[in-house]
Design a protein. Structure first.
Length: 235
């Protein structure tokens, strides 16, 4: 991987002629993303993200922290935050921004630590990659929860992106769950290796949570098929 997403973040942080990222998926054409969006302040965040930050408590793990905007807000509020991302460039940018405990790490590789709040925001289910991998991630996240801990995760039901037939049914792929996409990122005339990215509708997330010994609660829905959920241990 060229880590182009992280490179764009680091370029923006260091004023190294940042450009827009180009993202493309198996069901959508190339789209430009302004890297500045990843550096937004709390007031600029969507309401689902604000809600997740308001609900955060105790010792916090920010998974896939990106440019560190959520971590910085929580840090300023006095929380102890551990910020992880698999992108070395993104973590370097986080450190330059003042995120105190930012490290290059995959959540599956964390051991012997527990947290009161685990955040997975900006389509947090994305890192699961595929529906079949969801249980692996949920079991790991569950093992990282302190007693009375919570996982705050957001995603979207992307069923709206598929065509509706005359009878009202929707044409979705027969060979896979419709929320499984392949993402491709391009930046400064380079293109990174495509990677799987998962959008989970709420019912599917709820079923997966229950199957893995977690309660699941719908906290809030956004304007565009997106939602915030809270997962916690069954008593």
């Amino acid at each position: 991987m060229l880590d182009l997403f992280g490179r764009a973040i680091l370029d923006f942080q260091t004023n190294n002629a940042p450009e827009n990222l180009i993202t493309e998926t198996t069901i959508s054409e190339a789209d430009e993303m302004d890297v500045a969006y990843l550096f937004r302040s709390y007031n600029e965040m969507p309401k689902l993200e604000k809600k997740a930050l308001q609900l955060s408590k105790g010792k916090i793990l920010d998974v896939g922290c990106g440019a560190g905007s959520h971590s910085l807000h929580l840090q300023k509020k006095g929380f102890e935050v551990t910020s992880i991302d698999i992108s070395e460039n993104a973590i370097q940018a986080c450190q330059l921004r003042g995120v105190k405990n930012a490290r290059v790490q995959n959540v599956l590789d964390i051991h012997n630590e527990t947290f009161d709040t685990i955040l997975l925001l900006m389509n947090g289910t994305g890192i699961f990659g595929t529906l079949s991998q969801t249980a692996t991630y949920l079991q790991k996240l569950k093992s990282l929860l302190a007693p009375n801990g919570q996982i705050l995760i957001d995603s979207s039901d992307i069923i709206y992106m598929f065509d509706e037939n005359e009878d009202g049914s929707i044409s979705v792929p027969a060979d896979r769950y419709y929320g499984e996409l392949i993402f491709t990122i391009s930046y400064k005339k380079q293109t990174d290796e495509p990677f799987p990215w998962l959008y989970l509708d709420y019912n599917t997330l709820q079923n997966a949570a229950h199957a893995n010994g977690l309660q699941c609660e719908l906290i809030q829905e956004g304007k565009h098929y997106d939602y915030l959920a809270r997962l916690f241990l069954s008593n």
